[in-house]
Design a protein around this ligand. Structure first.
Ligand code: ADP
Ligand code: ADP
Length: 226
């Protein structure tokens, strides 16, 4: 079965008397190991789709199966448990904790899962080595370059061995050379079997993915495999 399977997904936002249909019947399967880029103009529903697929938000209607489990009907606590176990996030703005070292930031998801401190530290180090930051374990975010901060965020996203990593404009804050390095890292991770879903408005970035989904007005306008 696919890792992600959604059918007729609908998400509306109510603002006073008016209502916006941000997702207007999205149906989509993503298989294990796929590398998918989601594109589309501002307001087309990309972030909403990522939030729903990433279990940050609930759809108003439709079916969502993640790793063959029904997640559309879960309450907030159950949804956050699924999110912590099965999903990794990478954001444009890194979202690292400023007072914690690289190693501590990466270990945090394991600490939340009540994994012993020494074990969490050991696994965080291994993960930072995997993303090329074994020499920056004790640096805080403000002592790292933008590209290095994003590597820390990627290591943190990977630490629970998630079924899917969602990346929302992951190179949006980086210069072109550093973006290239981060995209090379994503290629490498996907080559090792990591399922990736990336939201971007840049063609150069999207071209890295084997599949490009274009959204418009809350619908899938095009779904194309390279
Ligand atoms: P994109 O990521 O493609 O820019 P979004 O998913 O952010 O698109 O937005 C889709 C639509 O939903 C837009 O019309 C946007 O204004 C609306 N929207 C998004 N988030 C909210 C919210 N929290 N409250 C109200 N409307 C929202
Ligand atoms: P990059 O090699 O990614 O371009 P920079 O040129 O920004 O990184 O920084 C060079 C090195 O110096 C980096 O590896 C970074 O860890 C380190 N560094 C940068 N700023 C600081 C700082 N304020 N304190 C400690 N180390 C720093």
């Amino acid at each position: 079965p696919p890792v992600i399977s959604v059918s007729s997904l609908v998400k509306r936002y109510r603002m006073g008397d008016s209502e916006v249909t941000a997702l207007d019947g999205i149906s989509l399967d993503i298989a294990a190991g796929e590398y998918v880029a989601i594109m589309g103009p501002s307001g087309s529903g990309k972030s909403t789709l990522m939030n729903v697929l990433g279990c940050l938000d609930k759809p108003d209607a439709g079916i969502y199966r993640l790793a063959d489990a029904d997640v559309a009907g879960l309450d907030d606590d159950a949804l956050s448990a699924v999110r912590n176990r099965d999903i990794g996030f990478v954001f444009q703005g890194f979202h690292l904790q400023a007072r914690r070292s690289a190693e501590e930031n990466v270990a945090l998801p394991l600490r939340y899962a009540n994994i012993d401190k020494n074990e969490a530290q050991k696994r965080a180090r291994e993960m930072l080595e995997r993303v090329g930051l074994g020499h920056r374990l004790h640096h805080r975010p403000n002592e790292l370059s933008g590209g290095q901060r994003q590597r820390v965020a990627i290591a943190r996203a990977l630490i629970n061995q998630p079924k899917v990593i969602f990346a929302d404009e992951p190179t949006g804050n980086l210069d072109s050379r550093t973006s290239e390095e981060i995209m090379n890292l994503f290629d490498e991770l996907n080559g090792q079997g990591q399922t990736l879903v990336l939201v971007t408005h840049e063609d150069d970035i999207a071209r890295r993915a084997a599949r490009i989904i274009r959204m418009r007005d809350g619908r899938i306008q095009e779904d194309r495999r390279a």
